[in-house]
Design a binder for this molecule. Structure first.
Ligand SMILES: NC(=O)c1ccc[n+]([C@@H]2O[C@H](COP(=O)([O-])OP(=O)(O)OC[C@H]3O[C@@H](n4cnc5c(N)ncnc54)[C@H](O)[C@@H]3O)[C@@H](O)[C@H]2O)c1
Ligand SMILES: [Zn+2]
Length: 342
């Protein structure tokens, strides 16, 4: 186990890599600990987890809502949780988002640590302090920004991760490569999905590189004035189709990235060859690149996006692979171009 610290405005967050869950004891003081997790993880890892008091809820995005938050808060009260209680969110992005949110609001704030167990949570959801819940079809409508004390990387958890969740995680990894790291993009072209899935050293290096990319972007722009917005590459369109059709997040982001590449060709001189390279890479990692959808419903949802204002949206386009740019695009321009691009 080794530690890298990232400095954010509110606090220093320690990332422990190559760790084993049993070593987590070393990080904890004699505070009361409560683990928040989902039922799938509890079933797989009951033996390791149940050394601590556990609050668990049904897995999946459908449960990232206020009623689960109410339930967890009631359970915390039953356990006698107080201002000094330390929460540990062990799971995918749903668990890490909910844990961060509860830690921000329960008794006006508790300390917490995260143990991400999906590729997506390891490279994305657990990093950066954003947390929250959905309201109906509107994703992450309510939430705060609050950094954990630590993020704990035990790659053993990935052994039980279903292939489709690996695929979802790679959508965010490819996103990081597109916006920030042309060398990592080439690495992803060089190796295969299967190699990353089966070679522990290779996946560890890739995850750590992605933690660095996201942490640096967030540290430079924690409250999303400029560069943090790059992380939304593929997400404006992605979120809308994800909400509309309930397809997996990574799939939606992949389709959104291809649409954003097409827009980048039209509006930002992005090369056709680069779009073709991105499409090839997404396909190699088993991600979809297009789908049919209902334009009218799509734009109704898009208009409700938190990022949509003044009848337009700050859209993330690419200049070249590894370099992103923000451009304000009016909804009508988007409507005209997207008709032709997805
Ligand atoms: N806060 C942020 O900055 C941020 C960034 C990206 C995504 N997110 C959020 O993350 C969520 C998606 O995260 P996710 O893709 O990790 O989904 P998830 O938490 O729903 O996990 C996916 C599925 O995998 C299961 N699972 C998790 N780890 C496992 C393991 N090791 N072995 C077996 N099964 C396992 C879960 O039980 C679940 O069924 C979304 O709600 C999204 O909004 C947040
Ligand atoms: Zn995402």
């Amino acid at each position: 186990m080794y530690k890298i610290e990232y400095l954010f405005s509110q606090k220093k967050v320690s990332c422990y890599f190559d760790a084993e869950f049993s070593d987590i004891q070393e990080l904890l003081t004699d505070q009361q600990i409560v683990i928040i997790t989902d039922e799938v993880l509890y079933t797989h890892y009951e033996k390791e987890i149940k050394k601590f008091p556990v609050i668990k809820f049904a897995a999946g995005e459908a449960h990232k809502n206020q009623s689960i938050v109410d339930y967890i808060i009631e359970e915390l009260i039953k356990l006698g949780a107080h201002k000094n209680t330390f929460l540990i969110g062990l799971g995918g992005g749903v668990v890490t988002d909910i844990t961060g949110y509860i830690a921000a609001v329960y008794m006006r704030g508790l300390s917490f640590g995260l143990v991400p167990t999906t590729v997506l949570a390891m490279v994305d959801a657990a990093i950066g302090g954003k947390n929250g819940i959905d309201v109906g079809v509107y994703k992450n409508m309510i939430g705060t920004i609050r950094q954990p004390e630590f993020i704990f990387y035990d790659y053993n958890f990935l052994e039980t991760l279903p292939t489709k969740e690996w695929v979802n995680g790679f959508a965010e990894i490819i996103k990081h490569a597109c916006i920030k790291d042309a060398v990592m993009f080439s690495d992803l072209e060089k190796y295969t999905f299967h190699q990353y899935k089966t070679d522990r050293k290779l996946i560890a290096e890739l995850i750590e590189k992605n933690v660095l990319i996201k942490s640096q972007i967030v540290a430079e722009d924690e409250f999303e004035k400029e560069e943090r917005k790059f992380l939304n590459f593929g997400h404006t369109i992605g979120h809308a189709i994800e909400n509309l059709y309930g397809i997996p997040h990574g799939h939606a982001v992949s389709i959104g990235m291809v649409a954003a590449c097409n827009l980048s060709e039209k509006l930002n001189n992005f090369s056709q060859d680069a779009t073709a390279r991105i499409i090839r890479l997404l396909t190699a990692y088993h991600l979809p690149i297009n789908m049919e959808f209902d334009h009218q419903k799509f734009f109704e949802i898009l208009k409700m996006d938190k990022k949509c204002m003044n009848n337009g949206v700050h859209f993330i386009l690419l200049k070249s692979i590894g370099h992103a740019q923000i451009k304000f695009i009016s909804l009508s321009d988007l409507e005209n171009n997207i008709k032709e691009t997805i």
